[in-house]
Design a protein around this ligand. Structure first.
Ligand SMILES: Nc1ncnc2c1ncn2[C@@H]1O[C@H](COP(=O)(O)OP(=O)(O)OP(=O)(O)O)[C@@H](O)[C@H]1O
Length: 709
C-alpha cells in the first residue's frame, strides 16, 4: 500500500522566488486510502438522528407547464497550488554534514537543490577516496517523523526499486537511514521545467513544449509499462539533466511518492475501478478531473495532467488558476469540466487541442496510444532530432518499435479505430435521469409538472387506488410523482415545506396530510381544517420535529425531493424494514458523512437536491450489503457500467445544477431479474415510461439536473 502524504509544499520558491512560490501548487493527499468493505451491521436501536441542517439558499423560477399524468395497470400488485506547511520534521534535527548509507561512499552535503512537501534534496559530493560512482549526487532526505515515513522507509523507495533507471527516471544508487533521516542517493539532475519556465518569462516556445510533450509521453509510456502511474505529473516534477553535461537536454521525471499501480503484477489485470469522492491525490492545478473526483488512478490521469502541464508551459497560465478557499478543489474541477479543449488551447497549435481532446476522453482502463500522441507533436518540431531543444531519443525508439509492430502510425489514427464518443465538451445541460427496474407486473402511475396545490389530489386518488409514493422529484418548481402498488408500505404521510429539510421559522406555512389520524406533538399553535380528508394548514412548526414525530410512529423517510425555490417534499412510510434513520443537508455532496455512516451500518436510502444543496437520508437495515457513490459533473456513464458489472444497481439519484450523484447498492436478496436501465431526456420521459412498462420495467428513481458537459 502506498503511504499517502498530507498537504504540503513549496518552500524553495518561497525562499528563492516568492512570486513563483505563490503561483505554484502543492500536492494534496488524504489521510488514508481504504476500500470500503461491507458495512458492519449493528444491532437495531431506537435512536433517530437529524444532522443539524445548514443555512438555506433559494432561487426562484417561474415556469408553469401543463400538468401531465400517466398510469399503467398491472395484473397483480406487488436506491491551487497552495503553499502549505511542510510535514517533515527537518526543523527538529539538522541535516547532517556528511552522509554514508548502506555500502555507499561518504558524501559531503552541499547546497540545497530543492524541497518538496516531504523531502529536501541536496547536492552530495563524494569524499571517500577511490570510491566508485559519481562525484556529485543528489541526496533526498526525509525525516523519520514525516508523514510518509510512519511505517518505516518512504513508500517512494519501493517505487524507485522498480522504476529507478528506466528511461527518463533517475537511478537510485543507495538508500538507508542515518540518524533521524531516511536518505536516498540518486543521480543529480538540473533545473525543473517549472524553474526553466520561470527563468524564461513564464512561457516556453512552441517547439520546446512540443519536444517536452514528445519526450514526456515516452517517459510516461515506460513508467506505465512497468505497471505504475506517476500520479503527480506537473512542471516541477520534470527535471532536465545537469547543465554542462551530455545529459543537459534530457528530460527526467522525479517524485514517485504518489505513484500507484494500475496493473496487478501477479494477475496482469487492470486494478478495479472505484470512486471515493473524499479522496484527492495530486496537485490541484494539474490533477485530472477523475483524480479530483476521487477515482482510482489510471494511465489516462497522467496524460491528462501532462496535457495541463504542456498548456501551462506554453501559455504561462491555466484557466482555473486563482480560486482560493475551502471550496477550491471543487471550483477548479468544475472549471476544468466546463473548459472545452478548444477554449483551453485557443492560442496553442492544433496538436495541443487534439492531445487534450484525446486524453480527456480516455476510458479508465483504456491503453493510451502513446505513439499516436507523439506523432501529433512530431508535426510541430523540426525533422532532425539532433537539433531539437530537448532530446527525444526515447520517443524515437518508441515510434520505431510501435511502427515495426503495427505498421505505419498516422496522424489521423489507425484505420481500425472506431470514432470515439466525446464525453467532455464544455457544454453544460440539464436533463431528466430516469431509472427502470425489472419487476413483476404491477400498477404504477406517474404525474409530472404538478403544482403544490395539486399534490393532495393526486396522492389522495393514488391512495384510494391502493398506491403509495415510491419516488418524487422536482423540475422548474413543479413536482414529479411516481406511485406504485408494489412498495410494500402499509401507510404513508408527507409534508410539503417551503424549506429544504430545514428548521423553519415560527411564521412558516405548512401543508400536512395524513391517511391516519394525526397525533401532532411539539410547537403547533394553530390548525385549520381545510378539508375533511385530513388536510391541515399548520402555522408554526418544525419540519425536523414533524420528521421526528413520524419516526416516533415508526414512519421512515422513503422519498424526498427539493425544488429550486428551496421547498421540499418529504414522504414517510410505515412498513419498511428500516430500524434507524438519519439525514443530512449540505452545501457540498457530503461523502465524508456517508462514509462515516456506512461504517455504522447505515445505507443511503433517499437523496434530493434543492438548487446546489444536497439532502441525504441513510437508514439501518436497508437491505443492502454494499453501497457506492458515483459523483460527477456529468452523467457518470462509465462508472455506472463498471458498477453494474460488479453487481451494483442504482438505488437513488439526485442532481444539482453542477453535479449528478448516483447511489449504487448490492441488495442482500437478489431479485430474480436484475435488469436495470437508465434514460436521460430533456423532457419528462412520459412516452418512454410507457414503453418500459410494456417490457415490465418500472420507474425506480427519477431526478432532474446536470447531466452532460
Ligand atoms: N535528483 C535530483 N536532482 C536535482 N534536483 C532534484 C532531484 N530530485 C529532486 N530535486 C529537486 O528537489 C525538489 C523536491 O524533490 P521531490 O519532488 O522529489 O520532493 P517531494 O518532497 O517528494 O516533493 P512533493 O512535495 O512534490 O511530493 C524537486 O522539485 C527538484 O527541484
Amino acid at each position: 500500500m502506498p503511504v499517502l502524504r498530507s498537504a504540503a509544499r513549496r518552500a524553495r520558491e518561497a525562499q528563492e522566488n516568492p512570486a513563483a512560490a505563490a503561483a505554484a501548487e502543492a500536492p494534496v493527499v488524504p489521510p488514508a486510502t481504504r476500500r470500503r468493505r461491507a458495512a458492519r451491521r449493528q444491532k437495531a436501536g431506537g435512536v433517530r438522528e437529524a444532522a443539524v441542517p445548514e443555512e438555506e439558499r433559494a432561487a426562484a423560477e417561474e415556469i408553469a407547464p401543463a400538468e401531465v399524468s400517466g398510469e399503467r395497470a398491472g395484473e397483480e400488485p406487488m436506491d491551487d497550488q497552495d503553499s502549505a506547511d511542510k510535514q517533515a520534521g527537518e526543523d527538529a534535527s539538522p541535516i547532517p554534514e556528511t552522509v554514508q548509507v548502506a555500502s555507499s561512499p561518504r558524501y559531503k552535503v552541499e547546497r540545497k537543490l530543492g524541497k518538496g512537501g516531504f523531502g529536501q534534496v541536496y547536492v552530495g559530493r563524494r569524499i571517500s577516496a577511490n570510491a566508485p560512482g559519481a562525484v556529485e549526487v543528489a541526496l533526498k532526505f526525509e525525516h523519520k517523523n514525516s508523514k510518509g515515513c510512519n511505517h518505516g522507509p518512504p513508500y517512494e523507495w519501493q517505487v524507485y526499486d522498480i522504476l529507478g533507471g528506466i528511461h527518463g527516471v533517475p537511478r537510485v544508487h543507495y538508500k538507508g537511514r542515518q540518524g533521524d533521516y531516511f536518505i536516498m542517493v540518486m543521480d543529480m539532475l538540473g533545473l525543473s521545467l517549472w524553474d526553466a519556465c520561470s527563468n524564461n518569462s513564464h512561457t516556453m516556445s512552441v517547439e520546446m513544449v512540443a519536444c517536452i510533450a514528445i519526450e514526456a509521453i515516452s517517459i510516461l509510456e515506460k513508467v506505465h509499462s512497468k505497471g505504475y502511474v506517476h500520479g503527480d505529473v506537473k512542471p516541477e516534477n520534470f527535471l532536465l539533466g545537469p547543465p554542462g553535461t551530455p545529459e543537459e537536454k534530457k528530460l527526467f521525471l522525479v517524485d514517485l511518492g504518489l505513484a500507484t499501480k494500475w496493473k496487478d503484477r501477479s494477475t496482469g489485470h487492470h486494478v478495479e475501478y472505484d470512486q471515493r469522492p473524499d479522496i484527492f491525490r495530486g496537485t490541484v492545478r494539474y490533477a485530472s478531473v477523475h483524480a479530483h473526483l476521487g477515482r482510482i488512478g489510471s494511465r489516462r490521469d497522467d496524460l491528462e495532467s501532462l496535457a495541463y502541464t504542456l498548456v501551462f508551459l506554453l501559455r504561462g497560465r491555466l484557466p482555473w488558476q486563482g480560486y482560493q478557499g475551502e471550496n477550491k478543489g471543487f471550483l477548479v474541477c468544475k472549471k476544468k469540466m466546463c473548459t472545452s479543449p478548444e477554449s483551453l488551447c485557443s492560442f496553442c497549435p492544433q496538436p495541443f487541442k487534439e492531445f487534450v481532446e484525446y486524453v480527456v476522453n480516455l476510458k479508465f482502463d483504456e491503453e493510451p496510444n502513446y505513439a499516436k500522441c507523439i506523432s501529433l507533436f512530431d508535426s510541430i518540431v523540426g525533422p532532425n532530432p539532433d537539433i531539437r531543444p530537448i532530446n527525444t531519443d526515447g520517443a524515437q525508439k518508441l515510434i520505431h518499435q510501435v511502427g515495426q509492430k503495427r505498421g505505419r502510425i498516422s496522424l489521423e489514427g489507425e484505420t481500425d479505430e472506431q470514432p470515439k464518443k466525446k464525453i467532455r465538451m464544455g457544454m453544460p445541460a440539464t436533463q431528466w435521469i430516469s431509472v427502470y427496474n425489472a419487476r413483476r407486473p404491477m400498477k404504477q402511475r406517474y404525474h409530472y409538472n404538478v403544482a403544490d396545490s395539486r399534490l393532495v389530489q393526486h396522492i389522495d386518488k393514488g391512495n384510494e387506488d391502493g398506491l403509495f409514493i415510491s419516488c418524487i422529484s422536482s423540475c422548474a418548481n413543479l413536482w414529479a410523482l411516481i406511485m406504485d402498488a408494489g412498495t410494500g408500505f402499509s401507510s404513508q404521510v408527507y409534508e410539503l415545506s417551503p424549506h429544504f429539510l430545514h428548521k423553519v421559522s415560527n411564521c412558516s406555512l405548512f401543508l400536512s396530510w395524513q391517511n391516519n389520524p394525526l397525533t401532532f406533538r411539539g410547537k403547533i399553535t394553530y390548525i385549520i381544517f381545510f378539508n375533511i380528508t385530513y388536510l391541515y394548514v399548520v402555522i408554526s412548526g418544525y419540519l425536523k420535529e414533524w420528521i421526528m414525530d413520524q419516526w416516533d410512529r415508526n414512519y421512515y423517510i422513503t422519498a424526498l425531493a427539493g425544488a429550486n425555490n428551496g421547498s421540499s417534499l418529504v414522504v414517510m412510510s410505515k412498513g419498511t424494514l428500516y430500524t434507524q434513520q438519519s439525514y443530512k443537508v449540505s452545501d457540498t455532496f457530503p461523502f465524508k458523512w456517508i462514509n462515516k455512516k456506512w461504517r455504522d451500518g447505515f445505507y443511503v436510502t433517499s437523496m434530493a437536491t434543492a438548487g446546489n444543496k444536497w439532502a441525504i437520508v441513510m437508514s439501518r437495515n436497508a437491505g443492502f450489503s454494499e453501497q457506492v457513490v458515483e459523483l460527477d459533473f456529468l452523467y457518470p456513464s462509465e462508472g455506472v457500467h463498471k458498477r453494474w458489472d460488479c453487481g451494483y444497481r442504482i438505488t437513488a439519484v439526485a442532481a444539482t445544477w453542477d453535479q449528478t450523484a448516483l447511489i449504487l447498492s448490492v441488495p442482500r436478496r437478489k431479485p430474480t431479474d436484475e435488469t436495470q436501465e437508465t434514460l436521460r431526456t430533456s423532457a419528462f420521459p412520459s412516452q418512454h415510461v410507457k414503453e418500459k412498462w410494456s417490457k415490465n420495467l418500472y420507474l425506480a428513481s427519477v431526478c432532474y439536473g446536470r447531466t452532460v458537459s
